[in-house]
Design a protein around this ligand. Structure first.
Ligand code: FA5
Length: 343
């Protein structure tokens, strides 16, 4: 019987080694180790043996079972590895291979708008500057003539960053802090625009987003007057929107400019005749502007007896909406490809 078991073990391992698929191996395992398998048959005969022989044969049966199980395990690992390699090979993508043409992507509408604005201002002689989105209270407020507890802080609902002393680090609420950084970086004359992302604790609705984009303009030179501001905004308006659209300035208030104004343009839909979009006024509000406040010049060590300047800032996203007749700012950021691919 012991010899039979030896033969059984070597025949089994040979068959296992020859198995060519996982299905074959499963069938073989059932045949060798299952209830009706060969080993089970031998086990049934144990009862008729003498105790000593039964112990020896029983031990041998267990050894053969272990040998078969080990061989099956090793073969299974080998066949599974082969199957995995075959699957990976079948699924392999050749990324250098050209597939059917699916159309090229393009820049997001807001990026396109920002780049076009930069081009127009560069054409008017401006440089383009950048600043950080995480700012200190000093750059975002204090240097802009908005000391702590100033009521004008309420104009910008601020998101603070948990860093440093409480409420000293924040996500910039406008691009105006970049004015300060530019004035610190370079001596006048300065003719620069500063586009970028800004953050406010505003709830998203048709005309507001908590994260949006602004472009700031700053000019500091000798003898700059309010007429230069008005003339520059008018030149920009016709360069960007075309010759039939004009600008106007309305008195307003910003702590960092004095005097301050709102910058409006003729409604781009009705060209000033009055329609639903402009509330029959013929005008659309674009942003704020004014003459740089002497306290702001003083904050960066510039003498307001020698230097004067103007600044303006407006929302890029709202400008994109106006230009393309989109009535909900949220459409820009839901990233529906059908919407985005229209621009
Ligand atoms: C400012 O942020 C001033 N820093 C602008 C300025 C610069 C004035 C330089 C004077 C000199 P205001 O908070 O009004 O101003 O925002 C400017 C523009 O940003 C708005 O006219 C609007 O176009 C846009 N804007 C404001 N809040 C949102 C918002 N939640 N979502 C989208 N656009 C917004």
């Amino acid at each position: 019987m012991i010899d039979d078991l030896h033969d059984l073990a070597s025949a089994a391992t040979a068959r296992i080694e020859a198995a060519s698929s996982l299905d074959d191996l499963r069938a073989l395992e059932a045949d060798l180790l299952g209830k009706k398998g060969r080993l089970a048959e031998v086990k049934k005969q144990l009862g008729g043996l003498e105790p000593d022989e039964r112990r020896a044969v029983g031990q041998q049966v267990n050894d053969v079972r272990t040998t078969i199980e080990t061989a099956v395990g090793a073969k299974r690992a080998e066949l599974e590895g082969e199957a995995r390699r075959a699957r990976l090979e079948a699924e392999r993508l050749d990324l250098t291979e050209l597939g059917p043409f699916r159309g090229r992507g393009h820049l997001h509408l807001v990026t396109q708008t920002q780049e076009r604005l930069e081009d127009v201002f560069v054409g008017l002689g401006f440089t383009v500057s950048e600043g950080p989105e995480v700012e200190t209270d000093w750059y975002n407020f204090e240097a802009l003539n908005i000391p702590p507890s100033h009521p004008a802080r309420g104009m910008w609902d601020t998101l603070y960053v948990d860093a440093g002393a409480p409420q000293t680090v924040l996500l910039r609420t406008h691009t105006s802090p970049v004015q300060i950084r530019v004035m610190q970086r370079q001596e006048p004359p300065i003719y620069s625009v500063m586009p970028g992302r800004v953050y406010r604790r505003d709830t998203a609705d048709a005309s507001h987003m908590p994260v949006f984009h602004q472009i700031e303009g700053l000019v500091v030179d000798r003898g700059i007057s309010f007429a230069d501001l008005a003339g520059t905004l008018e030149a920009f308006t016709s360069a960007y929107f075309g010759g039939s659209i004009h600008s106007r300035l309305r008195p307003s208030y910003f702590p960092f400019t004095e005097p301050s104004a709102e910058y409006d343009i003729n409604c781009v839909f009705c060209e000033g005749r009055g329609c639903r979009t402009c509330g029959q006024t013929g005008w659309l509000e674009l942003g704020g502007c004014g003459m740089v406040h002497p306290n702001v010049l003083a904050a960066v060590g510039l003498d307001s007896e020698t230097w004067s300047g103007f600044a303006f800032g407006f929302g890029i996203d709202r400008l994109a909406l106006m230009r393309h007749g989109v009535d909900d700012i949220r459409e820009l950021f839901t990233n529906d490809v059908r919407f985005l691919s229209e621009f």
